[in-house]
Write a protein that binds this ligand. Structure first.
Ligand code: PEP
Ligand code: MN
Length: 358
């Protein structure tokens, strides 16, 4: 029974994954590209092969990609194996070369998305073309930069745009190469529901053990597809070796993705509805309570003013946090979540108190 429930969950969890892009971080040789292309061409769910031709390296001295020769091989193998490739572009010259070698899809890398000048130059180079463009999130968790890059592309007449979530560089990445911060791609999803959204678990995880669990987590969110790094011999890879999957591991990952099914059906709706009603009710109660709490903040601000006391009382605030954290622990709530929530509430309370009587 447990197993059936688990399988159902897996089935339900993976219904949204439609687009699958896979391939090596970088093209390293004609033979490496041929081997991986042959393997991926035999997997019908793989719609596009990714293969980096120019590699952005954090520090100088590493492998920076093969450039034009790689594009020549890609053009030849596209015809031979009936596949389509995509690669990263970071300059107008890259765009022109991709067009020359028949690459129909390009992606804008994380370091480029964060720079509106560079995005502008790429847009100018892409103007008038029918290329598909994938926009990776910027390295910082600023959803506006990500949205802005998509808007700039649209203004240049690019119609086929998807977004790729590859995680964010943070001071604390909690074991990931790039922190997933799932709420950021979900904000993009809400702002631009029409833009297909893919997840790149390879660059989020940074190690191959994390790729399958990340796919599992991603499938609990609203993603349309995946971009996964796959290499014939990851341990010998010239870039991102630790995070690339072998062909066999990638095939197993695909096998674990259930076939497509309707996300919303009368059955799922019927089962979710009563629980959703309760959640709605609780949210409404929470908001009423928050409004009451802010009213108390307003009242206490008048008293503090009459007594000539400062608005911010650090001892009182430390006591509040300690007390609420203890209660939260007893209630089974996560301590980090509780602290973050309390800080938000306190910041709003400070704002309300500082504005009293103005
Ligand atoms: C890549 O996909 O190989 C890459 C360099 O990606 P990102 O821009 O997400 O770091
Ligand atoms: Mn890579």
């Amino acid at each position: 029974m447990e197993k059936i429930v688990y399988l159902c969950k897996l089935f339900y969890a993976t219904v949204m994954i439609k687009t699958i892009i896979a391939g090596p971080c970088s093209v390293e040789s004609r033979e490496q590209l041929r081997i991986v292309t042959e393997a991926l061409a035999a997997m019908p769910r793989v719609g596009l092969i990714r293969a980096g031709v120019w590699k952005p390296r954090t520090r100088p001295g590493g492998f920076e990609g093969l450039g034009e020769p790689a594009l020549q091989w890609m053009q030849a193998f596209a015809a031979e194996y009936g596949v389509r490739y995509c690669c990263e572009v970071a300059t107008p010259d890259h765009v022109a070369l991709c067009q020359r070698y028949g690459i129909g899809t390009v992606w804008i890398g994380a370091r480029t998305t964060g720079n509106p000048f560079m995005v502008g130059e790429l847009c100018a180079a892409l103007r008038g073309s029918a290329m598909q463009v994938l926009v990776k999130n910027p390295t910082s968790p600023d959803v506006r930069l990500w949205l802005g890059a998509i808007e700039r592309l649209r203004q240049c007449g690019i119609a086929d745009i998807s977004a790729v979530h590859r995680g964010f560089e943070m001071y604390h990445n909690h074991g990931y190469r790039n922190a997933p911060l799932w709420e950021v791609p979900m904000t993009l999803r809400r702002e631009m529901p029409e833009v297909p959204l893919l997840c790149d678990p390879s660059h989020i995880g940074g190690s191959r053990e994390l790729v399958a669990p990340l796919v599992q987590t991603a499938s609990q969110f609203d993603f349309d597809g995946l971009m996964v790094e796959v290499h014939p011999d990851p341990d010998a890879a010239l870039t991102d070796g630790p995070q690339q999957l072998t062909v066999a591991d990638f095939a197993a990952l695909l096998d674990n993705l259930a076939p497509l099914a309707a996300h919303r059906s009368p059955l799922t709706e019927r089962q979710l509805e009563p629980l959703r009603r309760q959640i709605d009710e609780i949210d409404h109660e929470m908001l009423s309570l928050l409004a009451r709490r802010m009213e108390m903040s307003r009242q206490i601000a008048f008293v503090k003013r009459d007594l000539n006391l400062p608005v911010y009382q650090s001892d009182r605030w430390s006591d509040v946090v300690a007390d609420r954290l203890q209660q939260a622990t007893g209630l089974g709530l996560d301590a980090d979540f509780t602290r973050a929530l309390l800080e938000k509430i306190h910041a709003e309370s400070m704002r309300v108190q500082l504005n009293v009587g103005e």
